[in-house]
Design a protein around this ligand. Structure first.
Ligand SMILES: C[S@@+](CC[C@H](N)C(=O)[O-])C[C@H]1O[C@@H](n2cnc3c(N)ncnc32)[C@H](O)[C@@H]1O
Length: 577
């Protein structure tokens, strides 16, 4: 079966798995079919330092559009698709990280019992930024801080070291340009010996060690020196890798289930549709509570009030067993999108082969408590076609009887809330109101906006160099400042111009220049500089009684060593968590 994208052992030693392209890709091309991103909110509320297996895998929630889900800064985005498996090689960054788009899967809280049971952050597409040859590994930028804060990498070149090394090489070749090759080669070797004896630096480690490599770097760029070691042959990938582009997300054919997974090509019975390493959480009850926590705005560590507001939506994307505290959260392209259907199930999970794809079969003999000492994935599942599947068909797993019972009882108990009939989240509200004039604060007194949204103005409008005609970019990580409209005027051509009062705030948790909130008046503000955003804790994820249940790991895959809960606990667990 053809395949354009593989998961296989990374070319970076000890980095575990990586993602490889089987075809040449050029800047601007998309890779894969878009990732899901799951918010993990106020996790540290439970314990100050909850054991977190996702530490090396999560993005700051602010960057992924999740800032206003909750009040505090404690929000992380786990994107358990391709994103989790792409490594970072600072010499060869060739893809940009995937920012999700907000998409509630057409679930409305008035109509659908499943509203709030899925993450609305979807379709984060990985985009190529540098040509990747066929067989090349994908690398994204983790940020220099990721390497700076880990002592094992203290001599590894950081992102600015490669341009500096390139600059040094260019200067060297400019100076020896009229000399013959033998002279250049020995001059380069001597130079390297001399500088290595006096200068041990990250930049030096970015310089090619041989003259031939230096020539490649000078004639192309320094990344070309490292590209051969970061490329695997297609035969090797076919033999040792697992295809990760057989699945693409779309709107599920099951009404009310949100998104689903679809086959991208014909998949004969027995095909490993995708492989998935698993993050293990030995104590799901400690990890999964979600809070409504209010923090002191000047000191986010100071909690003023907190109450449990259900469970993390992550639970719905992980596999578990009613008799075990162990929860296994898969990552890999498309796995997070596969819905449940007992009668139409066409996919099953099996353990990956021992020694392959992070799967260590000795872990089937360990109890959950023993797993605490390890954070990296040590177990892996294969998702296998149980019959021939045609291109475009939706993929379904059987999540098990416990899930089915929990879902049916949720539907029975679920009641339509008449107050939710006119609910519109901020994203929808922005669409509906796209060209409508924004109410001034006086108009809002007698004609208020719904309680779940508030107004924010783009941060650029308080900059000295900002011009009313400048283009404003509202990407996933842009939230603006809270603001209100003091005046509105409509020009002859219909253009809406506003005067606004802005309350400045920290842009993100690393905003070290922030000196404190200020109230600023700004005139000549265009309509597109003002947007509606959700109020913290108002999104579907925080609705009372939202559905939460892990995906059932088939009983025959669960060893007795993992069953650390009494059988009778199995029904208790989901209601008590
Ligand atoms: C692993 S996710 C599957 C992807 C999810 N549909 C989405 O849009 O992100 C599991 C969740 O999807 C929803 N789901 C899966 N199968 C369903 C079904 N047969 N009927 C209703 N909802 C379903 C439930 O909310 C469940 O907790």
């Amino acid at each position: 079966i053809e395949c354009d994208l593989y998961m296989a052992e990374s070319t970076i030693p000890n980095a575990g798995l990586g993602i490889f392209s089987a075809i040449e890709r050029n800047p601007g091309d998309n890779v894969g079919h878009g990732d899901i991103c799951i918010p993990i909110l106020d996790l540290n509320n439970y314990h100050k330092k909850v054991w977190n297996p996702f530490n090396d895998y999560v993005w700051a929630g602010e960057v992924m559009g999740m800032k206003l889900e909750i009040e505090s800064a404690d929000k992380e985005a786990l994107c358990p698709g391709l994103d989790c498996a792409i490594n970072c090689n600072l010499a060869l960054i060739n893809v940009a990280k995937a920012n999700p788009i907000y998409d509630d899967g057409h679930l409305h809280r008035y109509l659908h019992p499943g509203a709030g049971a899925i993450t609305p952050y979807h379709n984060g597409t990985t985009v190529v930024t540098r040509t990747i040859p066929a067989g090349g590994e994908l690398f994204k930028f983790y940020g220099d801080a990721w390497f700076n804060t880990r002592p094992v990498f203290n001599s590894l070149p950081l992102s600015h070291d490669y341009p500096w090394a390139q600059h040094l090489l260019n200067s060297f070749f400019a100076r020896v340009q009229h000399k013959d090759k033998a002279f250049k080669s020995s001059a380069y070797d001597e130079l390297m010996v001399s500088i290595r004896s006096i200068w041990n630096s990250r930049t030096l480690n970015a310089l090619p060690t041989t003259f031939d490599e230096a020539t490649v770097a000078f004639e192309h760029d320094i990344g070309m020196v490292y590209q051969p070691n970061a490329t695997r042959s297609l035969q090797w990938l076919e033999k040792h890798g697992k295809c990760v582009d057989h699945v693409s997300p779309g709107q599920s054919t099951i009404e009310g289930a949100g998104h689903g997974a679809f086959a991208t090509r014909d998949l004969p019975k027995g095909t490993v549709i995708t492989g998935s390493p698993l993050h293990h959480i030995p104590i799901k009850e400690n990890f999964m509570p979600m809070f409504r926590a209010f923090h002191n705005q000047d000191d986010v560590d100071e909690k003023l009030k907190s109450e449990v507001a259900g469970q993390q939506v992550l639970l719905n994307y992980c596999l578990g067993h009613p008799e075990s505290t162990l929860l296994l959260c898969p990552y890999g392209a498309g796995v997070g999108y596969i819905n449940h259907n007992q009668t139409l199930a066409n996919v099953k999970v099996i353990w990956a082969k021992n020694g392959q794809f992070s799967h260590d079969a000795t872990w089937l003999k360990k109890g959950p408590d023993e797993m605490f000492t390890t954070q990296s994935a040590r177990l892996a599942l294969d998702y296998v076609a149980t019959r021939d599947i045609a291109s475009g068909e939706e993929l379904f797993l059987d999540y098990g009887d416990a899930w089915e019972e929990a879902w049916n009882s949720h539907i029975e108990k679920w009641k339509q809330d008449s107050l939710a009939e006119n609910y519109l989240g901020a994203r929808n509200w922005n669409e509906v109101m796209a060209s409508s004039p924004i109410r001034t604060f006086k108009e809002v007194w007698y004609d208020p906006y719904p309680q779940n949204v508030h107004l924010r103005c783009h941060v650029d409008i308080i900059e000295d160099e900002w011009e009313p005609s400048s283009k404003l970019d509202w990407d996933a990580g842009e939230y603006g400042f809270e603001c209100e409209v003091t005046e509105r005027r409509i020009e002859a051509d219909g253009n809406q111009i506003y005067s606004v009062r802005v309350l400045t705030e920290e842009i993100d948790r690393w905003d070290t220049e922030f000196e404190g909130p200020e109230l600023l008046d700004v005139d000549n503000v265009p309509r597109d500089a003002i947007r509606f955003f959700d109020v913290p804790f108002s999104s579907d994820l925080f609705m009372e009684g939202t559905f939460r249940h892990f995906i059932g790991l088939p009983d025959h895959l669960v060893p007795n060593e993992w069953k650390n809960l009494p059988k009778e606990a199995k029904n208790r667990q989901n209601t008590e968590l």
